[in-house]
Design a protein around this ligand. Structure first.
Ligand code: XMP
Length: 514
């Protein structure tokens, strides 16, 4: 997808909040893109930005080899907003003095701001902000308007009118900064006059046009998993090229209860393109027989998926394009002295891209954040419950049946999982957790049911809160809820006589057990 112009380019100096700046701006309907601080001038200006933001970062301008501001930035004649470290860069570059102060400001701080200045319009004179800096701007050298001062007496914001340079020492992008959103909005609207052309409807129209142009008379193959990303990609490509698309859903036998029917039913009603369902349950079980090492299981599942995908693409091909749901956070590679500022997640698209297959890629979501993908999905008519589904791993229940995977164990886990997930929905808890799952352990323990002794499997329930799956905390589900789910599982699922709840966070544990 090509980029809408007249957005905001954010140069990343390594702050953990850089992506957040981009998301905040996009949520206001203005396109924004994050580039590394040392991106080529041509690359930056290819976006024809209506403004440039310099993010914060862990470096100090006093360090040797500290990242620097683009050499000719002031000749671009675009408003520039420096945030935190970005403020010190702007200051240094414009001949102001920056000093290492004895006392770093970190966390909540109060500032006095000039509310009549466009950057602080609609914010009060006294406001609380979030700071994290050890260096401070002192002024001198260049005429500047001081726009805000902290209660420690440090300069908290300034403006150098001839250069169209703005800078804030605090982080307007974090919610602890009470009027941060207004300040960012002011920068976009009052200062940059940025265009608000970034909405789900506009994105869909633009992407559909571009996919159509890209694909031309070619044919596209797309593997769908039932997850949000692949469903949205399939629907978008379908809207663009209809029957030139061929969708493939592989039933690997490692799906949750009712999953195949739910996914194929939903997609069939949204696609005009054919949706081929490959029943590969027996092949996957066969491939997993006797294997209990988690990595070996994953490897075998991934390889078999690719084999099947190749079979389908040969049988139904030739195809020129592969459509896949790579998202923006998977692609951002943003480096600074402090290393990558955003986590590059090891992404497992459905089965991964077959290495020896020579497809051109259609990646319409490659500029979108997850919440934007959901908005696009809603725009395409996908139901809310589909768009808010918990993540589900490619290797499916195979990494939740610990040890060797058998049909019997899968059946037990499927029942327990369905009871847990249904109950979460019934109690209105589903959307309060990032992910919930059940695990079947490969051991047995003693119980008593009626008057009889039982010797059966334990089920472990796991529910976590998280924002990106990279770190997670166990969810504090209500005791009454856990009591009810436990009793439903033990009473209804044969071969289970015990339920445990996993109270481990990630790290040091992981979300999945294998
Ligand atoms: P872990 O277990 O590493 O999981 O804490 C983090 C997130 O990633 C999901 N996950 C996978 N997703 N293929 C996927 O598509 C995989 O092989 C895979 N392994 C883990 C997991 O469900 C959680 O959301």
């Amino acid at each position: 997808m090509s980029t809408p112009t007249r957005g905001i380019v954010i140069l990343d100096f390594g702050s953990q909040f850089t992506q957040l700046i981009a998301r905040r701006i996009r949520s206001k309907g203005v396109f924004s893109v994050v580039l590394p601080w040392n991106a080529a001038r041509e690359k930056i200006l290819s976006y024809d930005p209506s403004g440039v933001i310099l993010s914060g970062g862990p470096a100090s301008v006093f360090e040797e080899n500290a990242p620097t501001i683009p050499a000719d930035i002031w000749s671009w004649d675009r408003p520039v907003l420096g945030i935190c470290y970005g403020m010190q860069l702007v200051a240094r570059d414009l001949g102001l003095s920056v000093e290492r102060v004895g006392k770093a400001e970190y966390g909540h701080a109060r500032i006095r701001a000039n509310s009549s200045h466009p950057l602080f319009r609609n914010t009060p004179a006294e406001q609380s902000v979030w700071m994290s800096h050890g260096d401070s701007v002192r002024g001198g050298g260049t005429a500047l308007d001081v726009l805000a001062t902290s209660n420690e007496g440090e300069m908290a914001a300034f403006h150098v009118p001839p250069k169209r340079a703005y800078a804030v020492q605090f982080h307007p992008e974090v919610h602890h900064t009470a009027f941060g959103d207004t300040i960012l909005e002011n920068f976009l609207v009052e200062v940059c006059h940025a265009e608000r052309n970034w909405s789900a409807g506009a994105i869909v129209n633009q992407m559909v046009g571009e996919i159509r142009e890209l694909v031309g008379d070619g044919r596209v193959i797309c593997a769908v998993s039932g997850g949000v990303d692949s469903s949205v990609v399939a629907c978008l490509v379908d809207r663009a090229v209809g029957k030139k698309l061929h969708c493939v859903f592989v039933d690997n036998g490692l799906l949750r209860a009712g999953e195949r029917e739910a996914v194929t039913g939903l997609l069939a009603s949204h696609l005009s393109a054919p949706l081929e369902v490959v029943d590969a349950r027996a092949r996957f079980l066969e491939r997993l027989r006797g294997v209990d090492d988690p990595e070996e299981k994953r490897k075998r599942i991934g390889n078999l998926f690719i084999e099947i995908f190749e079979e389908v693409s040969t049988a139904r091909g030739p195809f020129d394009f592969l459509a896949q749901g790579t998202l923006y956070p998977d692609r951002i590679e943003s480096f600074s002295t402090g290393g990558p500022s955003v986590t590059i997640k090891t992404h497992h698209n459905v089965g991964g891209l077959p290495k020896n297959m020579r497809f051109k890629l259609v990646e319409p979501l490659a500029l979108l954040f997850k919440d934007e993908v959901r908005a696009v999905g809603a725009e395409l008519g996908l139901p809310r419950h589909q768009l808010s589904r918990h993540p589900f791993p490619g290797p499916g229940l195979a990494v939740r049946v610990l040890g060797e995977v058998t049909e019997e164990k899968l059946a037990i886990l499927r029942q327990a999982d369905a009871i847990f997930i249904d109950a979460l929905r019934e109690y209105g808890l589903y959307d309060t957790v990032w992910q919930a799952l059940a695990v079947l352990l490969p051991v047995k323990s003693v119980g008593v049911m009626g008057d009889a002794r039982t010797y059966a499997f334990p089920i472990v329930l796991r529910a976590v809160t998280s924002t990106d799956g990279m770190t997670a905390d166990w969810a504090e589900l209500p005791t009454e809820f856990l009591r009810e789910v436990s009793s439903r599982i033990i009473n209804r699922v044969p071969h289970v006589n015990r339920v445990a709840y996993d109270v481990s966070s990630k790290p040091p544990s992981t979300i999945e057990w294998e």
